[in-house]
Ligand binder design. Structure first.
Ligand code: NAD
Length: 316
């Protein structure tokens, strides 16, 4: 199988390098961030650590969209939501009818953009409960020991196809711990609600996931956000793959036990002066509510809250 990763950032490197190391797949990477590309070329690969340890240099095949002429079976797409439209435009000349696209980006917005280049039956979504940090150009940390993290995957059509089974088998070998879901929207929304609690509150208050869940009122805050999101989804006819109680336990378990020392990726963006994905997470939940005559007051407030935190961070 041939995979090409669009977006050799934290998660693109994690998926691509694990596939390159643990399967017989051929893996290429496409990226557009010049300091990152220059650094990787200068040092002859990417420095990869596991939980800040065992830092080692791993060579990768890295191209800009304009340099690349490969023809993969599967595109793995891991950009930030705000970057995706431009990147897909730059890669458009490479997309062919026999190829499929897989993306486990956070939030909602990427599938609408990917759908402009791939028909619905060739799009696979995922949700990744895993933490990865791009320390800087050419340097990534896969948080968690080997085998850490879990993910769900599902075809946009909800049907399990042969190519999905082949991707699943490779993801299994790569220790990504995949599980196939049969409900695309319910799967994506469950992760969006998770992120709307953990990513958002940790980012606003500049704390790790463990610090958040150690606050005695954290579960109440989480439940309020979960209830509001589920109420909006019910009005929109969206059934999530987790119950409300399961969603709360997932927030608790991942924050307390899974990645307690981790600052979610939205915090990492804010702390580097980048825009966060909040409009595609809490903002998207609020949009579902508005479209169905229900105002998600807390999610609307928190969408502003994170934008205000982005602004405040620049004054520090
Ligand atoms: P990332 O920011 O590390 O990389 C995405 C792209 O941005 C890459 O092309 C990268 O080269 C580029 N980039 C990185 N830093 C930059 C900078 N300072 N200026 C300009 N460009 C820069 O993103 P990611 O963490 O891999 O996330 C990709 C998607 O996966 C997002 O939707 C994210 O929410 C989701 N996700 C992330 C994690 C995580 O732990 N990192 C976990 C699950 C899901």
């Amino acid at each position: 199988m041939r995979y090409t990763v669009i977006g050799a950032g934290a998660m693109g490197l994690r998926y691509g390098i694990l596939l390159q190391e643990h399967t017989d797949a051929h893996v290429d990477f496409i990226d557009a961030w010049a300091p990152h590309i220059d650094k990787i070329r200068e040092q002859g690969g990417v420095y990869v650590s596991r939980d800040h340890e065992n830092r080692r240099l791993i060579p990768i095949n890295l191209y800009t969209p304009e340099e690349y002429d490969g023809d993969p079976d599967v595109w793995i797409i891991f950009m930030k939501q705000m970057q995706l439209e431009d990147m897909l435009k730059r890669c458009a000349h490479l997309f062919k009818d026999h190829q499929v696209a897989f993306s486990a980006m956070n939030g909602w917005g990427h599938f609408e953009k990917i759908s402009q280049y791939f028909s619905e039956d060739r799009i696979y979504g995922g949700t990744a409960l895993v933490a990865t940090v791009l320390n800087g150009p050419g340097d990534v940390d896969f948080i968690g020991k080997s085998g850490a993290g879990t993910m769900h995957m599902c075809a946009m059509t909800n049907e399990v196809t042969d190519i999905e089974k082949a991707i699943f088998a490779d993801f299994q070998k790569a220790n990504l711990n995949p599980e196939i879901s049969d409900d695309f929207k319910g799967m994506c929304m469950a992760k969006i609600v998770f992120n709307s609690v953990v990513n958002t509150l940790c980012t606003m208050y500049q704390i790790t996931m463990g610090q958040f869940i150690s606050y005695p009122g954290a579960r109440d805050m989480a439940m309020q956000l979960i209830n509001e999101a589920y109420d909006a989804c019910e009005r929109a006819g969206i059934k999530l793959i987790n119950t409300r109680a399961e969603e709360l336990e997932s927030v608790d378990y991942v924050s307390r036990t899974g990645n307690p020392l981790h600052y979610p990726s939205m915090y990492q963006d804010m702390s580097r002066g980048r825009k966060t994905e909040v409009d595609y997470i809490n903002g998207y939940i609020a949009r579902i509510g508005r479209e169905h005559d229900y105002v998600c007051r807390t999610h609307e407030f928190l969408t502003h809250g994170v934008h205000l935190a982005e602004l405040a961070f620049q004054y520090h």
